[in-house]
Design a protein around this ligand. Structure first.
Ligand code: FE2
Ligand code: FE2
Length: 397
């Protein structure tokens, strides 16, 4: 047999029948249960007026839950904080899914160059289409809420490319953004022609979405357990349908990231280095603890302007001095909200370690999530206090 033909057949995905069966079942069930039509219907029928007087998530999934602001808020203000958690949380998911749409295609291009990888690519194609519906629904709800409450954006943003920072509120500056862009472009260039790196994009995607799976499960339960689903708030239904679609995406990430590499040539030292860089980037992006949105690892000082604007809005009606005092009370002091956010962060690091356990080619810093675990309540408060001292309130014109 021609040597190149023999080698290609050695690395055919079809040789791994268990993995093929799992991918086939994942694709078939995702197509059968696809929630795109339901999510589109929710987006098209959403009217804030219809559900503005009720919670959309379990209570602890509220903006700044467990901080001074939450403790002092009236019942009506707590409802707004609960709804703004939804808006802010899914604004972050929009950013992550914009990146997913692009990188799914890049990874598929890399893997399709190997024998019999159509099944992997077909899974990714269906997911990409679903992400576009998810993004449209999150944007529709988030933008309508912010427009009604504030007449402007707080957490949402106009459609953008993945070259912006994936974390909507990140600890970054111009130089770091440029460096990130260069790394991302290098990874895209490499993985679009490299099947192993294409598969490892899915490993990193799985890691990045693991904490989201835990949070989105809780958000979805609110609708699933609602005593009268026909009257449940539309955003809660979106959370549930989205969680159901995402459980298939998550399964794809696991199978392609962990099992598919067995059908590929062993990674070179360079390829292993690139994957380690990718996991290290995830650790850095998930380094921060956020009391604003417990469940996302935003850099809280980057949210000060948005929170100040919220405090000065008609929802809370504070003057400048009251708003600045409230920022200090929420961000520079220990609170139930901070301890809860720190627990979320720790649980995430533990689950990342468990999910990477079978991966042989990661270094100890990545396997043990050392960067992510080096954050603490004390460090978080120290950074917040320093940032508050420098914070200049935005003009509200
Ligand atoms: Fe999604
Ligand atoms: Fe997804």
């Amino acid at each position: 047999m021609h040597p190149s033909l023999a080698q290609r057949q050695t690395h055919s995905l079809l040789n791994d029948t268990a993995t093929c069966r799992r991918l086939e079942m994942n694709l078939r069930r995702n197509v059968e249960q696809d929630h795109t039509v339901m999510i589109d219907t929710c987006a098209n029928t959403f009217r804030y007026e219809d559900c503005r007087d009720e919670y959309w998530n379990p209570e602890q999934y509220s903006l700044l839950w467990g901080t001074e602001l939450w403790e002092q808020a009236s019942a009506a203000q707590r409802i707004v904080l609960n709804q703004l958690y939804w808006v802010a949380y899914y604004a972050q998911i929009v950013s992550a899914e914009i990146a997913t749409i692009f990188l799914n295609q890049v990874a598929a291009a890399g893997m399709y160059s190997f024998e019999d990888f159509r099944l992997v690519c077909d899974n990714l194609d269906v997911e990409t289409k679903q992400e576009r519906a998810h993004i449209a629904a999150f944007k529709k709800v988030g933008e309508e809420v912010e427009h009604t409450l504030f007449g402007k954006r707080l957490f949402t943003y106009p459609m953008r490319s993945l070259h912006e920072h994936t974390m909507v509120f990140a600890d970054t500056n111009r130089a770091r953004m440029l460096w990130r862009k260069l790394q991302l472009q290098s990874f895209m260039l490499l993985s679009s022609s490299n099947a192993f790196l294409g598969s490892q994009y899915l490993l990193i995607r799985g890691l990045r979405t693991l904490n989201g799976k835990l949070v989105q499960h809780q958000l979805g339960q609110f609708y699933r357990d609602h005593p009268d689903q026909a009257r449940a708030p539309v955003p809660s239904a979106i959370s549930w349908y989205h969680f159901l679609d995402e459980s298939f995406h998550f399964h794809t990430s696991r199978v392609v990231g962990l099992d598919v590499p067995r059908s590929l040539p062993a990674p070179t030292a360079f390829e292993r280095w690139v994957v380690n860089r990718g996991v290290a980037g995830c650790q850095r992006d998930h380094f921060n603890i956020s009391v604003v949105v417990n469940g996302i690892f935003w850099y809280d000082p980057a949210t000060f302007s948005a929170i100040y604007t919220l405090l000065r809005s008609s929802v809370f009606g504070m003057d400048h001095v009251q708003a600045m005092q409230m920022l200090a009370a929420c961000f520079a002091k220990e609170s139930d909200g901070l301890f809860s956010a720190e627990r979320t962060h720790r649980t995430a690091a533990d689950s990342y370690c468990a999910s990477l356990e079978p991966v042989a080619y990661l270094d100890a810093c990545n396997k043990e999530m050392r960067t992510m675990r080096s954050n603490s309540v004390e460090r978080h408060l120290w950074h917040n206090r320093r940032a508050l001292a420098r914070f200049k309130a935005p003009s509200l014109q």
